[in-house]
Design a protein around this ligand. Sequence first.
Ligand SMILES: Nc1ncnc2c1ncn2[C@@H]1O[C@H](COP(=O)(O)OP(=O)(O)O)[C@@H](O)[C@H]1O
Ligand code: SF4
Ligand SMILES: [Mg+2]
Length: 336
Amino acid sequence: MTDDLLVLDGLTVTYHTKQGPVRAVDGASFAVPRGQVVGLVGESGCGKTTVARAVMGVMPNAAEVGGGPVLFEGRDLIRLAERERRALRWKEIAFIPQTAMSALDPVQRVGRQIEEVLVERGGRSRAQARARAEELFGLVGIDARRLDDYPHQFSGGMKQRASIAIALALDPKLVLADEPVTALDVIVQRQVLDLLKALQARLNLSVVLVTHDISVVAYACDRVVVMYAGRVVESGEVAEVLERPRHPYTMGLTNAFPDLERAGGELVPIEGNPPNLLHPPKGCRFAERCPFAQPRCEQAEPPLATDAAGHASACWRSDEAPALRPLAAEAATWRR
Ligand SMILES: Nc1ncnc2c1ncn2[C@@H]1O[C@H](COP(=O)(O)OP(=O)(O)O)[C@@H](O)[C@H]1O
Ligand code: SF4
Ligand SMILES: [Mg+2]
């Protein structure tokens, strides 16, 4: 039996916009086991950041969080009082944003920023904070003398290491990393992911790694949750899901990105765009782009069905996946 640190069960998030309500996350369910890295993957606009922000408890005012529960060690995060949420933020659940720019203040020395977190959120003394900042820089592989640098003196990779140091400052159990390597070149991506993996194993952290790039999932994650248009469409162990995807969207994603470790192979984009969530389709949300769509797909939304091994998929044709996979690997299948 796995020991789950975080369990989402039917999370919904609605943004109230001038045009009407946008259900950005519609019944998201998945678990994050202790000591594992879970990749949350899907194209831009699928609701990944919204899930991460709802777990962290930092949402804009116009957002309405519902459904659930979202259980963190048995406590329902979305029904906690703000004071209790604040007590968890950074100390138990920490966040690494997409661009280190939003984690780091450009006009303050990096070390000072880490110390600030330790003093203000962690109640450490100044001297304790300095010692811990030095230790944290050691952990993320930056010379402690660089604590007195300003962010602009750091390379992109170093900035992202520094934002990992900030996230780890107060020994959280869960780290939510939102596209932590997207802005970096491939070699630096690998270095930052290697660091994140090494620290995760050493500190027995649970990590939710948000990415649009399925090769990042293949490289760094134990489990994967694939989101499309606000819904979870497939989830399970990485080795299982990426080798035997059951949802055509996952099959499409695996063709659409180069491997992080070896180049080559034809890349096949998934044509078209996710649907407008102001007016989501009635049936399968992927139907418009799916090469395997049938009339029934547009009539009713397929439920997320999980097998005995924990591999879940929301496709009416999941049972036919072994026959569909070779077709999905051919570029011609995806051409209009
Ligand atoms: N503050 C907001 N107000 C209104 N709509 C938003 C807001 N943030 C995100 N959305 C919408 O919610 C959907 C999901 O966005 P997001 O969670 O950022 O997706 P992802 O991280 O997968 O790219 C998108 O349709 C996006 O336009
Ligand atoms: S339910 Fe139909 S349209 Fe949706 S992914 Fe499966 S085959 Fe494609
Ligand atoms: Mg995002």
